[in-house]
Design a protein around this ligand. Structure first.
Ligand SMILES: [Cu+2]
Length: 159
């Protein structure tokens, strides 16, 4: 008898918790089968006019796509970069595109793929956000708001 009352109550609590978690994770932007989450950037020190932003790109579809460009009103120019290590030295190089294969996830992060913001119009300030538009070959444009973390911050935890 008691179980019958406790169980629905428990179920309601669990469902509420799931709904809350889903809401806090709803900071995702999508176009078609491409979903972009966890957009963030590192704050820039005074005087610096370049910064970097990072996103997670998930291709939930059955067709491959490619990230072919990025733009932001906050910067004079924006490009897609990759950091590679050559002879023990980290170097950045611009990429024409990043393939986002069907069913795959691309995780940008410091030391790897990133969105390079050049000629910043103002410094990236911790606690604020910067708007980015990512352009995909097939899915088109996806707009995201990148949360600005501290200078040199580690990536936010993934799900
Ligand atoms: Cu770069």
């Amino acid at each position: 008898m008691k179980l019958r009352i406790v169980f629905p109550a428990l179920a309601a609590i669990v469902l509420t918790a799931i709904a809350i978690i889903a809401l806090t994770r709803s900071a995702e932007s999508a176009a078609g089968d491409l979903v972009v989450t966890l957009a963030w950037a590192r704050a820039t020190p005074p005087g610096a006019d370049v910064g970097a932003a990072y996103v997670i790109i998930e291709n939930r579809g059955a067709a491959d796509d490619r990230l072919i460009g990025a733009s932001s009103d906050a910067a004079g120019s924006v490009s897609i970069h990759e950091t590679v290590e050559e002879n023990g030295v980290a170097k950045m190089r611009p990429l024409e595109a990043i393939a986002v294969l069907a069913g795959h996830t691309i995780a940008m992060q410091p030391g790897g793929f990133h969105v390079m913001l050049m000629d910043l119009k103002s410094p990236l300030v911790e606690g604020e956000s910067v708007a980015l538009t990512l352009t995909f070959e097939h899915a088109g444009a996806i707009e995201v708001e990148a949360d600005i973390a501290a200078i040199g911050a580690d990536p936010p935890p993934q799900r």
